[in-house]
Every structure is written in C-alpha cells, then in structure tokens.
Write a protein that binds this ligand. Structure first.
Ligand SMILES: CC(C)(COP(=O)(O)OP(=O)(O)OC[C@H]1O[C@@H](n2cnc3c(N)ncnc32)[C@H](O)[C@@H]1OP(=O)(O)O)[C@@H](O)C(=O)NCCC(=O)NCCS
Length: 272
C-alpha cells in the first residue's frame, strides 16, 4: 500500500452543509500509542524514536531545541492545525490547500496518517524496519517548562505521485532498498515560532535521521514562491538547489488576495 503524506491532497472538498458533519476521525483515539514495552525498546534501540509516558512515539529535536519534538498527528492537534492553515499571515505563500481551509480536510488527513503510523508499527513488530514509505512525524510541538504543550506547526515528508520525474541521476552504488522515486517536503509553522531556527532544526532532523536512513530518500523536492525568502533560504541551507525547468506561475485565489506568483522547486539529492 502506498501512503501519501501530502497533507494538502484531498483538500478541495468544501462542505456546504450548515450542519456540523460527523468527523471521519471521530472513532480514533487522540494519539497513536505503542502498548508493548518490548517493541518500544526494540524500536528505540534501532531508531531515533522515543516514547512518552503514554507510549506515544516521538522524535526530539537536538539541542538547543530539545523542548521541541515531532510526533504523529493527534485529534487534539486538529483545531490548531485548522487555525494555522486559516491564518493568512502564515499561509499566504503556501500553495495547494484551499482557503478558507475546512476542518473536514484536516480530519481526513488525520485518518490517513493514523492508518499509516499503525501500519508502520505493525511492520516494526514483524521485524520489517525499512524502508518507511513516508514520515509519520509530521507535527511539531513545544513542551513548556510547566509541562504544558503547544502546537508549533508541521513538517511533512512523503512520496510524490508517479508522474513526478527525477531531475538527478540514479547512482548505481546506492543500496537496493533506497528509493529511486521522488519525495516532497514542506514546512508550515505558527507565526510566533518563525525565525527562531525551529524549522531548520526540524528539517535537519528529518533529513539526517529519517529521510535518508529510514525512508531511503535519494531525491526530495520542495516548492516555494520565489518571493518566499524564508522558505527558499530554509531549503538552500540543506543543499536544495533550484531546478530551472520546474519554474512556474501560480494563480493566487481571490480569498488570499488574488494575483499571480512565480513558483520554484528546489531539489535535494543524496550524494554518497
Ligand atoms: C518557511 C518557514 C517554515 C521557515 O521556518 P522558520 O522556523 O522561521 O525558519 P528558520 O528560523 O529555521 O530559518 C531558516 C533560514 O531562513 C532565514 N529566514 C527565516 N525567515 C526569514 C525572513 N522572513 N526573511 C529572511 N530570511 C529568513 C533564517 O535566517 C534562516 O537562515 P540562516 O540560518 O542562514 O540565518 C516559516 O517561515 C513558515 O512557516 N512560513 C509560512 C509558511 C510557508 O511559507 N511555508 C513554506 C512554503 S510551503
């Protein structure tokens, strides 16, 4: 089964009903947790995954960001996710999701992501450790000194559709388990967390600890408006290089202010 973590796919369905729809995620517990202490120990010994007291897997960011961690999406993330994705100051430069962005699409994303993380840990229980098809650790949280937690944003990483074409050559020395396909990465943070190095720390972690050793990524694409200095700089820091043949122009919906924006794709590839 192929899981696609593009959190913006299937986001074009706007509900016109005045009644509150029943959430397709209503049956899911708030968090995905692993009950078996043996499996938790085995997973932590092999990978950077840690488990909190409830048995929820997470990946902590390195110092000086150790109070931040990436985890799979929770039910309780949904209102924060929807609020962020409806904050025009944050999503003005984010191409793809509808605006306004309905709760139902975040709920559907949660359902897909939960199915993925369940399947991933089922595979670990059978001793099948890699490659992982994508990253289930999409949501960034901050743990405060008083023990409370805050939703920070999301960093998504997963396979692109079959029509995506590689722009860098396949290196025949790569191990067979590595993917010859193309992946996509994206980051969106709440405004209060911008420009503090948080996205850089999260992207570094995902690339070094997950994308390369666990997913076997060999080519990753990141899209950004050319005018989105923060995004372009973020990807360039990690060796992403703009691919001239993938330049385009995006029509901005009227609800987001209208107009057109030149859009670029930056490409990272594995060098061994
Ligand atoms: C893009 C985004 C995720 C970056 O997150 P962040 O945590 O602010 O990024 P960082 O603090 O790690 O900064 C990354 C680099 O960009 C630079 N930078 C960040 N914001 C910048 C800005 N507004 N202007 C100029 N440079 C900026 C930083 O200085 C840093 O470079 P440096 O290490 O050489 O100093 C965040 O700005 C965001 O959520 N933007 C809105 C959503 C969006 O546009 N997402 C990307 C398109 S999908």
């Amino acid at each position: 089964m192929i899981y696609h973590v593009d959190r913006f796919s299937n986001r074009n369905t706007m509900s016109t009903s005045t009644e509150e729809p029943i959430s397709p995620a209503a049956h899911l517990p708030d968090r995905f947790t692993v009950e078996s202490a043996d499996l938790r120990a085995e997973v932590s010994a092999r990978m950077p995954i840690r488990f909190n007291a409830d048995g929820e897997p997470y990946i902590p960011l390195p110092a000086p960001f150790e109070r931040f961690y990436l985890a799979a999406m929770r039910q309780s993330d949904l209102p924060h996710d929807v609020a962020m994705m409806n904050d025009l100051r944050v999503v003005r430069s984010v191409h793809g999701p509808p605006f306004p962005n309905p709760l139902i699409n975040a709920q559907r994303w949660l359902v897909r992501e939960r199915a993925f993380v369940v399947a991933l840990f089922d595979a670990y229980a059978k001793g099948e450790y890699r490659p992982a098809a994508s990253s289930p650790f999409n949501v960034l949280h901050e743990r405060k000194e008083d023990g409370s937690e805050e939703y920070v944003g999301q960093v998504t990483l997963g396979p692109m559709g079959p029509s995506a074409k590689r722009v860098t050559p396949v290196n025949e020395t790569w191990e067979q388990w590595r993917s010859r396909g193309v992946f996509t990465i994206g980051a969106v943070l709440n405004l209060k967390y911008h420009r503090q190095g948080v996205a850089s720390a999260a992207v570094r972690l995902l690339l070094d600890e997950w994308a390369v050793p666990q997913m076997g990524c060999t080519e990753i694409h990141a899209s950004a408006f050319v005018s989105n200095v923060a995004s372009v700089k973020l990807w360039e820091k990690f060796g992403f290089v703009e691919e001239p043949s993938l330049r385009g122009v995006v029509q901005i919906p009227e609800a987001k202010g209208g107009g057109v924006e030149p859009d670029c794709t930056l490409v990272w590839s594995l060098k061994l």
